[in-house]
Design a binder for this molecule. Structure first.
Ligand code: PMP
Length: 412
């Protein structure tokens, strides 16, 4: 490898890979926080490098990944249908359980139609690419998830990006746009790094005023917030006013896959036209069965959403009280701003030593100097878990001089 690196010429397409050394440098310093293998997990406590740590960085919001009922449902589906569908939904890969799930999700979300995709990523990438075509314009929030960005790049449409959650900027862009162009506004419902909500009421108004359609990526919202877990539009009682809502099964629904709901003709168009749907194998049986069971549990056990909200409010208040900057989080995603990238990695490592697992998020995912530890919470966290997480942050925060003993932040 070393030989290849030294002999790689600038024109070798692989030269960028041979010259990519950053990860190795951080590994050599013993500070690399990524790709850590979990050796065991019960959902809230995981084993990494032989050490038990509290998981404070999972999207398993309802705590259902290790629930005996979801496990049993998945096992039964394995026995009934086998391990995979070995084909796309279009052809041999549709099970009766896929149809049952689409029907139940459409019903749950209060929309006419639903189409499943094999991941949440493919849902947004595939749907946006398909619905926006030549002569159309996509208005996309600058902080939108990568799969939305990739969907806009794959689409033949023009894309304009508005400043994050900045409704004045969006209005200006809409005013400037060709009134005859087809328009769609696309935004995360809950932003995945900051935990902030989209301004759904303002977005609905702008969409109406400028004859645009509105698309919410509710990956971190369906099964997490809103009326009965129906997502960001339902927080404002505006589900009927939003044209398309997508969600994922890799978070609250304890599985893998994604879905899109909306008016039936639009959903049927996407089902028949989206390359990500047509040319990719369908969700495996066990994944589908897990989601069906999780959807049932979500509706039968409202305490999970209530507990999740209570935990998120508690952690935001306590972390702020310790002096940490948690941005404008409005959900169970609570970022803790550390500052420079290497400082963030050092903080991550010390927190891990204290028995707390978080996710280090560094540029370009966040602005320079705003590297953060993204924490997220689950209905299954106990009060003891939460207090251990807080104690870890307090200790390491003081050690690193990020906070002081009076609950003040030492960073700007
Ligand atoms: N949208 C958002 C906002 C996300 O945060 C994610 C994943 N973190 C996705 C879509 C993709 O979902 P999945 O991981 O289930 O493919």
């Amino acid at each position: 490898m070393a030989d290849q690196k030294s002999s790689a010429t600038k024109s070798d397409i692989f030269s960028k890979a041979f010259n990519f050394t950053k990860a190795d440098e951080v590994k050599e310093m013993g500070l690399y926080p990524y790709f850590k293998p979990l050796e065991a997990t019960d959902g809230t406590v995981v084993e990494i490098e032989g050490r038990k740590v509290i998981m404070a960085g999972s999207n398993n919001y309802l705590g259902l990944t290790n629930d005996q009922r979801t496990i049993k449902a998945a096992q039964e589906a394995l026995t009934k249908y086998g391990t995979g569908c070995t084909g796309s939904r279009y052809l041999n890969g549709t099970l009766d359980s896929h149809l049952e799930l689409e029907e139940k999700l459409a019903d749950f979300m209060g929309k006419e139609g639903c189409v499943l995709f094999s991941t949440g990523y493919q849902t947004n990438e595939g749907a946006i690419q398909t619905i926006a075509d030549r002569k159309d314009i996509i208005f996309s929030d600058k902080d939108n998830h990568a799969c939305i960005v990739m969907g806009t790049l794959a689409a033949n449409a023009k894309t304009v990006r508005y400043q994050h959650n900045d409704m004045d900027h969006l209005r200006k862009l809409l005013e400037r746009a060709d009134p005859d162009a087809g328009k769609i506004i696309v935004t995360d419902g809950v932003f995945s790094m900051s935990g902030t909500l989209a301004k759904v009421p303002e977005l609905v108004k702008l969409a109406k005023e400028f004859n645009a359609r509105l698309y919410l990526d509710d990956a971190h919202a369906v099964g997490v917030i809103g009326k009965g877990g129906r997502g960001s539009a339902s927080v404002f009682d505006l589900t009927d006013e939003v044209d398309l809502i997508s969600g994922t099964f890799s978070k609250s629904f304890a599985s893998l896959g994604g879905f899109l709901v909306g008016d039936r003709p639009v959903i049927e168009y996407i089902r028949h036209k989206s390359p990500a749907h047509i040319f990719s194998a369908s969700m495996p049986p066990a994944n589908v069965a897990t989601v069906l069971k999780a959807l049932e549990i979500l509706q039968e056990e409202p305490w999970r959403l209530e507990r999740l909200e209570e935990i998120a409010n508690y952690m935001r208040k306590e972390l702020r009280g310790l002096g940490f900057n948690v941005w404008s989080s409005q959900s169970p995603i609570i970022p803790v701003v550390i500052g420079e990238m290497m400082d963030c990695f050092k903080f991550w490592k010390d927190l891990f030593e204290e028995g707390v697992y978080t996710n280090a998020v560094v540029p370009p995912a966040v602005p320079q100097g705003q590297s953060l530890l993204r924490t997220s919470y689950m209905a299954s966290h106990t009060d003891e878990h939460l207090d251990q997480i807080l104690e870890g942050f307090r200790k390491v925060g003081l050690k690193h001089g990020i906070i002081d003993r009076n609950g003040h932040s030492n960073i700007s």
